[in-house]
Design a protein around this ligand. Structure first.
Ligand SMILES: *[C@@H]1O[C@H](CO)[C@@H](O)[C@H](O)[C@H]1NC(C)=O
Ligand SMILES: *[C@@H]1O[C@H](CO)[C@@H](O)[C@H](O)[C@H]1NC(C)=O
Length: 356
């Protein structure tokens, strides 16, 4: 009797164990590793290791993260790329490439090269002393050498070609370069500047493809005109999203989709998709109540009125909200963890297209 009982328990245990390691016959995680490039929407702490003022390494950043640690993530909790990683079966994100954790076996689940303040256009990164996208690609090349030393060259090659690559860039090129630099906005229209960024995007994907990448997800630009900071600086006293900025970003996104389609036609063995973060964040910013949020104009940390420098939110910020779960924005530029979860939920279909 007792033995049968035990066997039954064991059977249940084994079945649930199988459920944890496989989903619908797929191995789990569904890809060997994640490689992440770009800006503060996905930087998990590289800027902690460089000399730049663009850092999120002190409270209240990370307030709702595991162990309440300010890791360098520009949010109260997990970032878009962290949540995407969980969706495809990882229990933690790949380490920031410049951190001491990025070595040995840890390299097997990928690496994160992103740097807050960075973008497609290298001069943006140079201005803020952060890691340019060109430099991020150089680091990726170093990474592949280290990976081969850890995994052996044939396994390393398989990791490189089966991994998901995420690129998030372009917002800072507008927000920290184009809109504030007369040498740019007086000589180029926003459409011409977009064209320049798309050219760099095209070149970046071609380089990654050349190094073996075959599954690439590129973030669209967010609705920049709805960020609390943009409304403060460009809104002329209105409390609504700034249409001019959203038009610029929407136009860029259409150009991005066209470029992605042409890359996909050119390389038949390349899976490349746009991960559209514009629409879900726009919906959150314009009808927060529809999704259980209560505040979309003020950020939880930093009011958006005085934090117009890169120091968006810090230990001394007054009036930081006590619970960010109903705030769309954590600081005046970056979504809260709760908003990030809603955004990634809306990306399910495209993430699946990348990993099958
Ligand atoms: C992308 O680059 C390729 C060659 O490198 C070029 O033929 C193509 O026109 C470019 N596309 C865009 C959208 O810039
Ligand atoms: C914040 O509010 C949510 C729901 O209203 C609740 O589930 C959560 O525990 C709260 N978090 C904190 C840290 O108080």
């Amino acid at each position: 009797m007792a033995v049968r009982h035990l066997l039954l328990l064991l059977a249940i245990f084994l079945v649930s164990l199988a459920g944890m390691t496989a989903q619908g016959g797929e191995t789990w995680p569904r890809v060997p590793a994640l490689m992440v490039f770009g800006d503060s929407l996905v930087d998990v702490g590289n800027n902690d290791y460089i000399t730049s003022v663009v850092k999120a390494n002190s409270p209240p950043y990370g307030r709702d993260f595991k162990d309440h640690v300010a890791t360098g993530r520009f949010s109260n909790g997990r970032l878009l790329s962290d949540i995407i990683g969980e969706k495809v079966g990882f229990s933690g994100s790949p380490p920031a490439y410049l951190s001491p954790q990025a070595s040995g076996q840890n390299l097997l689940i990928g690496a994160n090269f992103a740097s807050a303040g960075g973008g497609y256009y290298d001069p943006t990164a140079f201005m803020y002393h952060v890691i340019s996208l060109s430099k991020q690609l150089e680091y990726f090349k170093d990474y592949t050498t280290k990976l081969a030393a850890v995994a052996g060259s044939s396994r390393a090659q398989s990791i490189v070609s089966n991994s998901v690559y995420i690129i998030s860039a372009g917002s800072t090129d507008f927000g920290l370069s184009y809109y504030i630099n007369p040498l740019l906005f007086k000589t180029l229209t926003a459409a011409q500047f977009s064209d320049r960024l798309i050219g760099i995007f095209n070149k970046t994907v071609t380089q990654l493809y050349g190094m073996g990448a075959r599954r690439i997800g590129v973030f669209s630009l967010p609705p920049f005109g709805c960020l609390p900071l943009a409304i403060t600086v460009f809104g002329h006293g209105s409390n609504e999203c700034v249409p001019r900025l959203n038009n610029d970003f929407g136009r860029y996104n259409m150009m991005l989709s066209a470029a992605v389609e042409s890359l996909s036609n050119r390389h038949h063995d390349l899976k490349i998709v746009v991960l559209d973060i514009y629409k879900p964040l726009y919906n959150l910013a314009t009808s927060p109540e529809a999704q259980g949020f209560s505040e979309a104009r003020r950020a939880c940390c930093g009011t958006g009125t005085v934090e117009t420098t890169v120091l968006l939110c810090n230990t001394k910020s007054v009036g930081t909200c006590s619970n960010a779960t109903t705030y769309v924005f954590w600081d005046s530029v970056h979504p809260s963890e709760a908003a990030n979860e809603v955004i990634v939920d809306s990306l399910n279909k495209d993430i699946n297209r990348l990993v099958i």
